[in-house]
Write a protein that binds this ligand. Structure first.
Ligand SMILES: Cc1cc2nc3c(=O)[nH]c(=O)nc-3n(C[C@H](O)[C@H](O)[C@H](O)COP(=O)(O)OP(=O)(O)OC[C@H]3O[C@@H](n4cnc5c(N)ncnc54)[C@H](O)[C@@H]3O)c2cc1C
Ligand SMILES: NC(=O)c1ccc[n+]([C@@H]2O[C@H](COP(=O)([O-])OP(=O)(O)OC[C@H]3O[C@@H](n4cnc5c(N)ncnc54)[C@H](O)[C@@H]3O)[C@@H](O)[C@H]2O)c1
Ligand code: SF4
Ligand code: FES
Length: 804
């Protein structure tokens, strides 16, 4: 076999990684692939940040390609590393970590940067863009502490941000330059209808306003307009458009205009350098939506793999606002002019407005408000250059659900983001026996981006499968199977399955290897069902759990030894200090869980550090018990009524090393002042005079949830038994990756109270918990005793050079 060519991708975002996926589909072993991404994450769904802010999903769930995906496809990823120069002569890229990598082919996919208005005061704390995970987290955090947000920009991004901030409990003003909203996508009638609807939802609009200055001391306190008027603001989100990120290209001599200039094959003028995504300019157009970026990804893949193709011819755009309760769609041309006329429907009573634009008899654009089900159909008609009669003579306005799907021709697009037609989905359903939306997503990409087409995909499944399709079916655990979590567990029990591979084989998984969603889940379920017999499959775990350390944004790791109940001693502190000196640990940080975190550790040093510390792992990376936070309690505090430290230490010693569906944090406070913050813990124990309250299902993270009172008990022993029963019930009934907060919310506290109030059930749960705890081993010492594991995990893995 010839030597592989070296392919380097700059930009680990949606466009670049889609191009790599397309390349892998065509020629999986043609290239050695290296990816650089400034952000410290694997490729995630940027589109879904709006949904994260609106509380419909969370950051853990928007990963598109997991760390494991890169490993499985032999892709060397450098997260948190920025390419700073390109030597196009010698074909070498260089990074901010002084790494130099040679390429045979280079894809630039550096995306865009948000445009920040250069206002006086724009550098104040509390002024943010809305582009990445970091921005999203900053907004969520601000909403905890502050009341009033101002969003500058009434475009798609600004309105989705404003909806999110309202959901987070803030008051929101949207400041917009034009006299109606989304003027780039809508005409005035639709823009005004949209404004009315959003005002009903609680947004306040300030139109035709030019921002002049951001006021405040260190943090923003208000926004001043051109003619002196001022409004209060604790948080300002700028959503006034984006600029293609072309500085690296232009500094490296790659020709740019507004974007990096590319031809129909996405080639720049420099040999072997390609560009895709928001950074690329094709025929003087720079795109800012994923559909065109994915089409570009397909074309660049063909070119790079030597497959003949007509090339990329440009895209007709369509947009939908992702705000629940509002249906807006726009595509192609939006306003009439001398040559462009329109066909309109305006139903003021039902709040429906539909306008289709026509030029020389052909459909050239559409604006829909209130009823957008014709959106994708109009997009398809525009793409094929259809005459207006094809739309007006074939009126489907009364059709809904599966009638609508039935009347669609097979070439009609169902998923606008990914350009997937009805025909493609039908073919996949029939040839691969698909029965769920998740599976269709896995096989065709339909619904993988904004998710707006999910109802249509569901209708198409119903139309194809008839009664066999269970619309309200439980979600299958991933796209490899039609089985739900409960069904998989039943099958494992009934067929006495013992390995993840066996489960996949016997239960007819569509992929032999499984995927990054089902592998760790099956590994957990098998271990939970049969703790003493099952041998944990390290390769099925997430990378942090495999390495027993959290990877940091610069590629180094963290070490958190266990400190029961947050209590330490001089000997342990001395060991930590010695290790920190010897291994030049970048920082020692006190964590929120009352222990010490050694940050900036090189991967190859992990085993030596664990050995020299000679302390158990704090499991700071685990889907398992993390910490038991304690207050100082009765021994020291004048309000204390219980020995919170003693009880906390007992709890931590009992449950350390336990595997749970997601991380578990606990606390013990010795009086209702609750200094150990039991209201935001998975289990929070609060001491009273002569008794304890046990709270469960709290969460202090992105989705704040106050814990609910489970029960009151009298003794330490009862606290331990009740906690064990609660945790075991959670272990047995929650889905993998479901926090106690979501699980308690889903099943209801009353249900859990009823179950645990049965003494026999409580004893049985405790027995099964004891069985699970009987096989727990400290992962650090276990690893240190296993030479093969040490060699495989910490030496022979494909680690970015310089990190060994
Ligand atoms: C909140 C939000 C909602 C959205 N909603 C929608 C929607 O509903 N529908 C839709 O179609 N589109 C939507 N978009 C737009 C869509 O997300 C983008 O069009 C798409 O993500 C662009 O992909 P890209 O790969 O070109 O750029 P990006 O996703 O920006 O990826 C570029 C990556 O390259 C990295 N990078 C840049 N320079 C370097 C360097 N020198 N070295 C290493 N790495 C580098 C960047 O850090 C970034 O991670 C939305 C965008 C946002 C912010
Ligand atoms: N649902 C979706 O498809 C979706 C959602 C979010 C973001 N996006 C994409 O992300 C990118 C960024 O979105 P965006 O909304 O920031 O860009 P945009 O360019 O579409 O809209 C920016 C808006 O800000 C307004 N504006 C400009 N300067 C202003 C000022 N000084 N004061 C007040 N308003 C001002 C403009 O009039 C315009 O309507 C776009 O490419 C967009 O397509 C898409
Ligand atoms: S929770 Fe009560 S006992 Fe514990 S430290 Fe706070 S005030 Fe003191
Ligand atoms: S339309 Fe966006 S994912 Fe299908």
């Amino acid at each position: 076999m010839g030597k592989k060519q070296k392919l380097v991708l700059v930009g680990n975002g949606m466009a670049g990684i889609r191009a790599i996926e397309e390349i892998l589909k065509i020629s999986p072993s043609l290239f050695d692939i290296t990816v650089f991404g400034s952000e410290p994450y694997p490729n995630y769904n940027r589109i879904q940040l709006s949904k994260v802010l609106q509380g419909d999903t969370n950051i853990d769930d928007i990963t598109l390609n997991s760390w494991e995906w890169y490993e499985e496809n032999d892709i060397l990823l450098y997260p948190g590393e920025t390419v700073t120069s390109i030597n196009t002569e010698n074909q070498i890229v260089s990074t901010d970590k002084e790494r130099h990598v040679v390429y045979d082919k280079l894809i630039m996919a550096t995306g865009s940067v948000p445009f920040m208005l250069p206002l006086p005061g724009a550098d104040k704390e509390g002024v943010t863009a809305f582009r990445d995970i970091k921005d999203c987290e900053q907004m969520i955090k601000s909403s905890d502490q502050y009341e009033k947000a101002v969003v500058i920009g009434g475009g798609l991004l600004g309105l989705e941000a404003a909806r999110g901030l309202l959901n987070l409990g803030m008051k929101v003003d949207v400041v917009h330059l034009a006299d109606y909203l989304m003027e780039r996508q809508l005409d005035k009638t639709a823009g005004k209808m949209l404004q009315k609807e959003l005002e009903n939802q609680g947004m306040n609009f300030l139109l035709e306003k030019q921002s002049a200055e951001i006021i405040g001391k260190d943090r923003v306190e208000g926004l001043k307009f051109k003619y002196g008027e001022e409004i209060k603001a604790d948080l300002i989100v700028m959503a006034v458009g984006i600029k293609p990120n072309i500085s690296l290209a232009s500094e490296s001599g790659i020709p740019v205009n507004r974007g990096i200039i590319v031809n129909d094959h996405l080639e720049t003028e420099v040999p072997n350098v390609f560009a895709v995504g928001e950074c690329a300019e094709h025929k003087e157009i720079v795109y800012g939506l994923v559909a065109p970026l994915y089409q570009q990804g397909q074309e660049v893949a063909k070119r790079i793999c030597g497959v003949e193709s007509g090339g990329y011819l440009g895209s007709v755009l369509s947009t939908q606002l992702k705000v629940s309760g509002v249906d807006v769609f726009s595509t192609g041309k939006i306003n009439e002019d001398e040559d462009t006329k329109s066909v309109k429907v305006f139903d003021d009573w039902h709040g429906v407005y539909q306008k289709v634009l026509v030029n020389e008899g052909k459909i050239t654009g559409a604006v829909l408000f209130g009823d957008t089900k014709d959106g994708n159909r109009l997009l398809s008609l525009i793409n094929k250059g259809a005459a207006i009669e094809e739309y007006t003579d074939n009126d489907r306005s009364e059709e809904t659900g599966i009638d609508l799907i039935a009347s669609m021709p097979e070439g009609e697009i169902i998923c606008g983001c990914n350009g997937v037609t009805k025909g493609t989905i039908l073919e996949a359903i029939n040839s691969q026996d698909l029965t769920t939306v998740e599976q269709v997503k896995g096989c065709t990409n339909a619904s993988r981006s904004c998710g707006g087409c999910k109802p249509l995909v569901s209708d198409l499944l119903e139309y194809t499968l008839g009664e066999e399709y269970d619309k309200n079916q439980k979600e299958s655990i991933c796209a490899c199977t039609t089985l739900s979590r409960d069904e998989v567990i039943e099958e494992i029990k009934e067929k006495e399955l013992t390995h993840t591979r066996e489960v996949m084989n016997v239960l007819g998984w569509s992929s032999e290897e499984g995927c990054s969603k089902c592998k760790p889940a099956l590994n957990y379920y098998l271990g939970m069902l049969n703790p003493t017999e099952y041998k944990d499959e390290k390769e099925s775990r997430f990378v942090n759990e495999r390495l027993h350390a959290n990877i940091q944004n610069d590629g180094t790791y963290s070490v958190v030894p266990r400190m029961y109940g947050g209590v330490t001693n001089a000997e342990d502190l001395r060991k930590i200090a010695d290790v920190a000196d010897k291994y030049e640990v970048k920082m020692i940080k006190v964590t929120g869980g009352q222990r010490l975190d050694l940050l900036g550790v090189q991967k190859g040093d992990l085993p030596s550090i664990w050995s020299e510390l000679d302390m158990p792992s704090g499991s700071a990376y685990a889907k398992g018990l993390r910490t038991v936070k304690t207050c100082v309690g009765a021994d020291f505090c004048r309000f204390g009524t219980q020995d919170s430290i003693g009880l906390g230490v007992q709890m931590e010693k009992k449950f350390e090393g336990l595997n749970t569906p997601h991380k578990v944090k606990m606390s013990v406070s010795a009086c209702p002042r609750n200094c150990a913050e039991g209201s935001v813990k998975d289990v929070g124990v609060v001491g009273l005079d002569g008794e304890f309250e046990i709270y469960v299902g709290g969460n202090g993270g992105t989705h704040m949830r106050k814990a609910e009172l489970l029960v009151k008990v009298k003794t330490d022993e009862e606290v331990l038994d009740t906690t064990a029963a609660f945790l075991q019930y959670y272990r047995e009934n929650a889905s993998y990756l479901e926090r106690t907060s979501s699980w308690v919310e889903r099943v209801g506290i009353e249900h859990i109270q009823t179950v645990l109030s049965d003494k026999k059930v409580l004893i049985d749960l405790n027995q099964r918990m004891d069985e699970a705890l009987s096989v727990v081993q400290d992962p650090w010492s276990e690893t240190l005793e296993d030479e093969t594991l040490l060699r495989d995990l910490y030496e022979n893995v494909k680690v970015p050079a310089g990190l060994n």
